[in-house]
Every structure is written in structure tokens, then in C-alpha cells.
Design a protein around this ligand. Structure first.
Ligand SMILES: C[S@@+](CC[C@H](N)C(=O)[O-])C[C@H]1O[C@@H](n2cnc3c(N)ncnc32)[C@H](O)[C@@H]1O
Length: 172
């Protein structure tokens, strides 16, 4: 592996940082997720899932309850797809993403169409099986950024014109 690939693999630009299990369990209790559209067979949170070979962005998520921790290299495309599947295909969507409130996708899709944003108190610690396999150590790394849970939920969304409601959430 060359130095540049190693640098990305160990950085927040890696696509492989996994959702902390206790946070997923808390959300799953409420939403009972049916689809993880961005995963590997090893790190998926749901038995129904799409991998990079399937390209989850090209699939329909119609009527699914979807959990998304998107690849960090392409967050905007996943937020856009989430808003479309929510608005037009009856999907309920919960996303775990960095709180990058200055991005275009934040304003164009989240502020317009999301029903709720939960700002997570404290920094999440992420695992990464690709790094663990490479180093032989199952380390967890604290995120160098704050995280949010963004909800697109049909219950509120289509008639909701006042922007998302904003709340606080504990890490676990
Ligand atoms: C941040 S990880 C999330 C892993 C796991 N689903 C979780 O929540 O812990 C993002 C995953 O998306 C996968 N991925 C990247 N591009 C994808 C695509 N176009 N379609 C499906 N999966 C993709 C990556 O291989 C990576 O495993």
C-alpha cells in the first residue's frame, strides 16, 4: 500500500468508519431499520444491504426504513438521494453524518426537507475493520468532527415547511 493510500485510510477521509453499535441499537429500537444502502458484507448494520459493487445510490429505497452512515468521500450525493427517496418513494431515512453546516448539501437538502436534526453531545468513537485488519489491532478513534443524526420521516416531512426541528442526543 502506498503512502497516500495509507494516509487516507487512517484519516477522516476513509469511507470505512463504522457506526458505533450502541448508537445504532438506540436508533434501531425506534426505527427498526430494513436497509443499509452503503456497507460491506462485513460492516453492514442490516441484513438487507448494498455494497460499493451494487452501488446503493443507483437502487430504489422505496418504502424502506433506511439507516445511512455514508462514505465520507461522497456525503452530498447520499444526502441528495436520501431526500429524493423520502420525498418521492415513501422511505423513512436516518443518517449519521458530520455536522458540516456550511456545505451546499446541508442547506439544499437537510434544511429544506429533513424533519429533525439531532446534534450529538460529545465526540463519537468509530471503529474501522479495514484498519483493524491492516494493523491487527481493533482500535477505536474519536472523530475529529462533531456528528449529527438527520431524520427524513414521512410523518412530518411533506407538510413541514418551517425547517427541521433541532434537538440534542446523547452518544449512547
Ligand atoms: C461509513 S461506512 C458505513 C459502514 C456501515 N454501514 C455502518 O453504518 O457502520 C460507508 C460504507 O459505504 C460503502 N460504500 C461506498 N460507496 C458505496 C456505494 N456507492 N454503494 C454502496 N456502498 C458504498 C463503503 O465500502 C463503506 O463500507
Amino acid at each position: 500500500m502506498d503512502t497516500q493510500t495509507q494516509k487516507v485510510m487512517f484519516s477522516s477521509k476513509s469511507n470505512e468508519w463504522e457506526t458505533p453499535q450502541d448508537l445504532f441499537d438506540k436508533l434501531n429500537k425506534e426505527y427498526n431499520f430494513t436497509l443499509d444502502p452503503c456497507a460491506t458484507d462485513a460492516n453492514t448494520t442490516c441484513s438487507k444491504h448494498y455494497t460499493v459493487e451494487d452501488n446503493g445510490l443507483s437502487k430504489s429505497w422505496a418504502n424502506e426504513r433506511v439507516f445511512i452512515n455514508p462514505p465520507y468521500s461522497e456525503i452530498g450525493s447520499w444526502v441528495k438521494k436520501a431526500s429524493e427517496e423520502y420525498l418521492h418513494n415513501g422511505a423513512v431515512i436516518v443518517m449519521l453524518i458530520p455536522a458540516r453546516t456550511d456545505t451546499k448539501y446541508w442547506h439544499d437538502y437537510i434544511m429544506k426537507y429533513a424533519s429533525t436534526i439531532y446534534f450529538i453531545k460529545g465526540r463519537l468513537k468509530f471503529k474501522n475493520k479495514v484498519i483493524a485488519d491492516y494493523t491487527g489491532k481493533a482500535d477505536v478513534s474519536p472523530a475529529p468532527f462533531p456528528s449529527v443524526i438527520v431524520i427524513f420521516d414521512m410523518g412530518l416531512g411533506l407538510t413541514w415547511s418551517g425547517g427541521p426541528s433541532v434537538k440534542s442526543m446523547a452518544r449512547e
